[in-house]
Design a protein around this ligand. Structure first.
Ligand code: UT7
Length: 338
């Protein structure tokens, strides 16, 4: 059939320090019961003051490269998704590249938030199929904890997010039997920017009137913290993830019951249950990690993939279906045989 791409290495990393729900109770006037009931989250990992997004990305990348049986010098492109960059510019991919000591290779930063990993593997697939690159590192990494409002004002958002990174290495593969051979079968990518302000980080920003992107007033209003209309996001997430996954399965001729492991974005356990309910999926095949890591945005899917492999829930040759939804709004789905 021709050349496709496949995931040949997987790795993840979370910082060691764990914050249980009860650790947030006093900080944010919340409760373990509220967080567990509304989201399924029990704990999350948050970085120490010295660590940055590229530090977490580095650890996950080194593990993925090792898992692929490669030397880091084999990598010829880095695609990095994050909404919590080390700095506004340059992209965090450049900081990761320097830490990996891989000068001159192609680096691409992408800004698709919770859908970043699905966009990332889709872009890697196209570069691989073009023949221009052979060992592409796709990374999702986030340090949310340094950007959250950890007072009662921020509790609707801040209890949800954790720090972490996940990475995969993708390579070309000869695909003879598209139903059976390990490869990325399809990705579907979407966005609708009219909902951009339903989940966003307003400040600092060039769109503010005036000659500076930053002011004391913006800070006093808390506009340098993420703002979310949770109920609107929830409803759209269920609809769009279900819709995109259905289309991906139809396109590839795959029935939901053929799928061995569903790796969904981890924003809320109730979102994933609802998607399962709407589509009639076997919920035991959805591998959730939100209980232990919270929402790690661009990292949830590769981190989940690594955890599923470690837990024996995902083996080479298994069929994986993935879907994500997040800020932008962006959403998408992917199907691959591992
Ligand atoms: O990955 C990015 C995509 N993000 C998502 O997909 C998130 C989607 N949205 C959600 O998961 C849910 O909307 C949330 C978990 C964020 C919120 O759940 P909800 O059931 O929509 O709650 P709510 O925001 O409507 O708040 C309900 C109540 C409010 O109190 P009143 O007005 O009913 O008295 C809030 O003030 O819960 C209160 N509340 C909290 N209470 C304790 C909000 N946050 C908290 C909290 N602890 N952390």
């Amino acid at each position: 059939m021709g050349i496709g791409s496949r995931i040949v290495g997987v790795g993840s990393y979370v910082p060691p320090k764990i914050y249980e729900n009860k650790d947030l109770e006093e900080m944010m006037d919340t409760s373990n019961e509220w967080i567990v009931q509304r989201t399924g989250i029990e704990r999350r990992h948050w970085v120490d003051p010295k660590s940055s997004t590229s530090d977490l990305a580095l650890e996950a990348s080194l593990k993925a490269i090792k898992d692929a049986g490669l030397e880091k010098t084999d990598i010829d492109m880095i695609i990095l998704g994050t909404l919590s960059p080390d700095h506004d510019f340059p992209g965090t991919g450049c900081f990761l590249q320097a830490k990996l000591d891989l000068p001159e290779i192609t680096v691409l930063d992408i800004r698709q938030q919770c859908t970043g990993f699905i966009y990332g593997i889709s872009i890697a697939d196209k570069f691989i199929k073009s023949g221009s690159h052979k060992n592409i590192l796709v990374v999702g990494a986030e340090v949310h904890s340094k950007g959250l409002d950890k007072t009662p004002r921020g509790r609707g958002v801040s209890v949800l997010f954790g720090d972490g990174a996940g990475a995969v290495v993708m390579q070309p593969v000869e695909v003879n039997d598209p139903k059976k051979d390990p490869h990325l079968m399809t990705t579907r990518l979407h966005a609708d920017g009219k909902y951009a302000k339903e989940l966003w980080l307003p400040a600092p920003g060039m769109a503010f009137e005036g000659s500076e992107r930053w002011s004391e007033e913006l800070m006093a209003e808390g506009l340098h913290y993420p703002q979310m209309n949770g109920k609107v996001v929830f409803v759209h997430a269920v609809k769009r993830m279900a819709e995109s996954l259905t289309a991906a399965c139809k396109e590839t001729g795959i029935k939901f019951e053929d799928v061995d492991c569903f790796l969904f974005h981890q924003a809320n356990l109730r979102i994933n249950s609802k998607v399962a309910e709407v589509l009639g999926l076997d919920e035991s095949k959805i591998f959730n990690t939100i209980q232990d890591f919270g929402n790690t945005t661009a990292a949830t899917i590769p981190l989940g993939m690594d955890e599923a492999i470690k837990a024996g829930k995902l083996k080479k040759g298994d069929l994986v279906a993935s879907a994500a939804f997040g800020s932008g709004f962006t959403w998408g789905s992917a199907i691959w045989r591992y």
